[in-house]
Write a new protein. Structure first.
Length: 281
């Protein structure tokens, strides 16, 4: 019965880059296995992990033919390996997933249903619960749902959480360039600007993902570098992708640039977290 139901559903390709996340990987994979939506393929690409991640992924792949495992012989970085996986995706919809997060059971079903009803959208994200290393909920990240508000905010805030996002493959050109492999970080920011060239983006009002905050988060390691990288991406979006920021957006972007330049690096991430909590309320 499940097989018949799944065959009538659009295929969703879930892309899961992995690098040394053995502590959380089984939970991430299991969260896709536990989806109420059944017609999916999970493409796991292991970026030459040095821990037990590869073995964990192999065990899951052996038990479920919908899981495809690609093993890198050389460490390339998340953008490069995600690009490789994207080329293998066969789905009408492509969803991203990080190896330390947990997708809620109804995530794929709700996103597919929403995109099927809103054909003008290129993609949709969702709201997030923040969890710690032991899966305790420690907060929330709330994002705007209106496509116009999301577009306006792009120049001073990232209004979509990447691992919640699902994109409609048919709206992208055949040789679409996904992640810029030369970027040291924040490649997902540029990708969203690219998507906006082909359609609008929305967020579901529902929580779709548990986003894990822990000591090894990439965003915690070089916050000043990452913020300056984001600023350069915003300027690139104006020059290359035709993005037109509002006057308010430009002022907020400038204010951020000044604050980040003056702040000691050790204060940037705590201040960023405080701003997120303040915005959530």
């Amino acid at each position: 019965m499940k097989a018949q139901k799944a065959s009538k559903q659009p295929l969703v390709s879930v892309i899961l880059p992995v690098y040394n996340t053995s502590r959380f990987l089984a939970q991430a994979i299991s969260s896709i296995l536990n989806q109420t939506y059944h017609n999916w393929e999970l493409i796991i690409i292991d970026d030459c992990s040095t821990d037990n991640s590869t073995k964990i992924a192999q065990n899951f792949a052996k038990q479920n033919p919908r899981i495809k495992l690609i093993k890198q012989k050389k460490h390339l970085g998340v953008g490069a390996v995600a690009n490789k996986a994207m080329k293998l995706a066969k789905g009408a919809y492509i969803a991203r997933m990080d190896a330390d997060d947990i997708s809620l059971p109804s995530r794929l079903a709700k996103q597919v249903s929403f995109l099927e009803k809103h054909q003008n959208l290129i993609g949709v994200g969702g709201q997030c619960q923040l969890i710690d290393s032991s899966n305790t909920v420690i907060g929330h990240k709330n994002f705007p749902t209106d496509p116009e508000e999301i577009k306006e905010m792009m120049f001073h805030y990232y209004p979509v959480q990447q691992p919640t996002f699902m994109v409609r493959a048919s709206k992208l050109p055949k040789h679409f360039e996904w992640y810029d492999e030369q970027l040291p970080s924040a490649e997902e920011h540029e990708l969203l600007f690219k998507f906006l060239q082909y359609g609008k983006v929305a967020n579901l009002p529902n929580v779709t993902l548990q986003y894990r905050m822990h000591e090894n988060n990439v965003s915690k390691q070089h916050p000043k570098r990452d913020f300056f990288n984001i600023f350069s991406i915003r300027l690139k979006a104006v020059k290359k992708y035709g993005y037109r920021p509002s006057f308010t957006g430009m002022l907020k972007n400038l204010a951020q640039l000044i604050i980040i330049a003056l702040l000691p690096e050790r204060l940037i991430f705590p201040l960023h977290n405080f701003a997120l909590k303040f915005r959530a309320h």
